[in-house]
Design a binder for this molecule. Structure first.
Ligand SMILES: NC(=O)C1=CN([C@@H]2O[C@H](COP(=O)(O)OP(=O)(O)OC[C@H]3O[C@@H](n4cnc5c(N)ncnc54)[C@H](OP(=O)(O)O)[C@@H]3O)[C@@H](O)[C@H]2O)C=CC1
Ligand SMILES: O=C(O)C1=N[C@H](C(=O)O)C[C@H](O)C1
Length: 255
């Protein structure tokens, strides 16, 4: 009997490897039999060390992530990006780079946890049925950005669903306000941020109407909750050339 042909593992590099999410991703890649960690880079490390990767995972910071994505796309390396700070303008810029490299894929996901994806999905479904809605995101106090990327995306999706259904802006009689007391306005939806030691990543979407409320809540108690989504994106990003926003397609939710 001839020996089985050796199966090649997918070479993966992690940017932001010393960080909270980077370290969790390094562990997950090292534990996956079909993946090979070829570089684990932090601030100041030479990006060229990631050049042998087929897929780069980025969990760094909003101020450096665009340079990393451009570096990957220019080399035809696919990227899975969890770092926050992706505005519509940034996404358009990534699409522009990808037009020059048609075989390359980039996944930008504000949240890789399955529960968080479902929370956003359920909130979007509920959006048109309620007069009032507000988003409360709660995170560990070492987080540098507010509101969270997940909260921004949730508010944008709720806003779009309400606009499509012709629902008016949520009522709010506030005429005297200490700045910040009513949170941030994201696409017409109020978003509130809590930073508390002991928390990881949590979000509530509060809906209200005559005589009733509905709360859709998700809790990540541990960063391992993000890893199944990260690994699914790593394995599939090269099969989806162009830009994919969110991991919904990998879960059979949306295109
Ligand atoms: N999509 C998702 O599911 C999730 C997304 N996130 C997002 O991921 C990002 C990272 O979060 P988190 O891990 O908690 O943050 P950390 O601050 O723990 O990690 C970021 C790491 O990136 C490093 N870094 C900074 N600049 C560079 C660079 N140019 N090249 C390589 N590494 C660099 C930092 O180094 P230094 O400390 O020296 O600055 C740090 O080690 C945030 O934007 C966060 O919101 C977080 C959780 C889940
Ligand atoms: O910084 C974090 O921790 C997280 N960041 C992402 C976000 O901003 O939405 C995802 C999750 O909330 C954890």
């Amino acid at each position: 009997m001839s020996p089985a042909a050796p199966t090649s593992r997918l070479p993966v590099a992690v940017l932001g490897a010393p960080g909270r999410m980077g370290a969790e991703t390094v562990r997950a890649v090292e534990s996956a039999g079909d993946l090979e960690l070829v570089a684990a880079l932090g601030r100041g490390d030479d990006l060229e060390r990631a050049a042998q990767a087929a897929v780069v995972v980025d969990f760094t910071r909003p101020d450096v992530v665009m340079d990393h994505v451009r570096w990957c796309v220019q080399r035809g390396i696919s990227a899975v990006v969890g770092t926050t700070g992706f505005t519509e303008e940034r996404l358009a810029q990534v699409r522009g780079w990808l037009r020059e490299q048609p075989g390359t894929g980039v996944v930008v996901a504000p949240n890789f946890s399955v529960g968080a994806v479902l929370m956003m999905h359920f909130a979007e479904q509920a959006a048109r049925f309620y007069e009032s809605v507000e988003v409360v995101e709660l995170h560990h106090p070492d987080k540098v950005d507010a509101p969270s990327g997940t909260a921004v995306r949730t508010a944008e999706r709720i806003s779009a669903a309400r606009a499509e259904a012709g629902v008016a802006a949520p009522p709010d009689a506030t005429s005297q306000e200490l700045p910040g007391a009513r949170g941030a306005d994201v696409a017409g939806i109020r978003v509130h941020g809590v930073r508390l030691r002991g928390l990881v990543a949590h979000q509530e979407v509060l809906f209200g109407d005559q005589g009733e409320t509905l709360t859709v809540r998700h809790d990540s108690f541990d960063r391992s909750s993000f890893m199944p989504g990260v690994l699914a994106a790593v394995r599939q990003v090269r099969d989806r050339p162009g830009l994919t926003v969110g991991i919904e397609p990998f879960l059979g939710l949306g295109s």
